[in-house]
Design a protein around this ligand. Structure first.
Ligand SMILES: *[C@@H]1O[C@H](CO)[C@@H](O)[C@H](O)[C@H]1NC(C)=O
Length: 232
C-alpha cells in the first residue's frame, strides 16, 4: 500500500515537470555552455524610464565584440554580459559595456536590419566555455536547419538555464529566415540569440510569434560586421 502511494507521487512530479517544460513557451532541451561557448546572456538597463531591465542573448564574434539584435539594445545605457553560463547565476565571467554599434540602416518601426554589436572594451581570453563563433558569409550555402540557444522563459519571467534546440528553416522573401520547431519555442527573452548551422552562425533571432521565429540572415551583414569589428 505504501509503495503504491509513493509510485503515484513520483508520477505526479514527473507530470508536473513535463507540463512545465512544454507548456511555458520555453526552450525545452537543456544544454551545456561548453558545447555552445559563443552564447552570452545579456541584461540591458535602458533609458526608457521604467527602470526595467531587458533580457536578451548574444554571441561572441570576436575577442572584443558581441553580436545581438538592435531591438535588444534599443535605448541601452548599460549592458551586463554573462559568459560561460550554463546557469545564468553561475557565469564564468561578467563584463559591463556602454558602447554599442547599431546597424545604421536599422528601422525601429519596421524592424528591418535588426542587428547590432556590443563593444566589450577589453580583449576576452577564450576558455573551454568562452569562445567565438565564425559567421556565415555569401559563400555559405542556404541552411535548411540550425541550432538555436538561449535561456528561455519560466512562467513569464526570463529563464536561467541554457537551452538549445533544432529549428527547421525556410527562406523568407526579404532574405530573412522563418524557423519552426517541435522541440522548443523561442521567447521574447531570447531576442538576439544565435542560430548556428555547420559551425557557423547563420542567423540572429529578431522576433518571435506563437510557434515561429524570425531570424536575420547574418551573411547579408558580414561586411558591416567585419568593418566594425576589425581594428582600423
Ligand atoms: C565549463 O562549464 C561547465 C558547466 O557547463 C563546468 O562544469 C566547467 O567547470 C566549466 N569549465 C571551466 C574551465 O570553468
Amino acid at each position: 500500500m505504501k509503495m503504491k502511494a509513493f509510485g503515484f507521487a513520483l508520477l505526479c512530479v514527473f507530470a508536473a515537470v513535463q507540463g512545465r517544460s512544454t507548456g511555458a513557451g520555453s526552450l525545452s532541451t537543456s544544454a551545456q555552455i561548453s558545447d555552445n561557448p559563443w552564447v552570452v546572456h545579456l541584461r540591458v538597463a535602458t533609458s526608457d524610464g521604467q527602470g526595467l531591465l531587458r533580457t536578451c542573448v548574444g554571441s561572441i564574434v570576436d575577442v572584443s565584440w558581441v553580436l545581438t539584435s538592435a531591438s535588444c539594445l534599443r535605448n541601452a545605457r548599460f549592458i551586463w554580459v554573462r559568459y560561460g553560463a550554463t546557469d545564468v547565476i553561475r557565469p564564468e565571467l561578467v563584463t559591463e559595456s556602454t558602447t554599442v554599434r547599431i546597424n545604421p540602416d536599422y528601422d525601429e518601426e519596421t524592424g528591418v536590419n535588426d542587428v547590432a554589436l556590443i563593444n566589450l572594451n577589453r580583449v576576452l581570453l577564450y576558455t573551454e566555455n568562452i569562445s567565438s563563433i565564425d559567421l556565415a558569409d555569401s559563400s555559405t550555402g542556404v541552411s535548411t536547419s540550425g541550432k538555436l540557444c538561449g535561456y528561455g522563459a519560466v512562467e513569464g519571467v526570463p529563464g536561467e538555464k541554457l537551452n538549445c534546440f533544432n529549428v527547421a528553416l525556410e527562406a523568407n522573401e526579404d532574405g530573412s529566415f522563418i524557423g519552426s520547431s517541435e522541440d522548443g519555442e523561442a521567447t521574447e527573452f531570447d531576442l538576439g540569440a544565435p542560430l548556428v548551422s555547420d559551425d557557423k552562425q547563420v542567423g540572429v533571432l529578431t522576433s518571435v510569434a506563437e510557434g515561429s521565429a524570425v531570424f536575420l540572415n547574418v551573411a547579408k551583414y558580414n561586411d558591416w560586421i567585419s568593418e566594425v569589428t576589425v581594428p582600423q
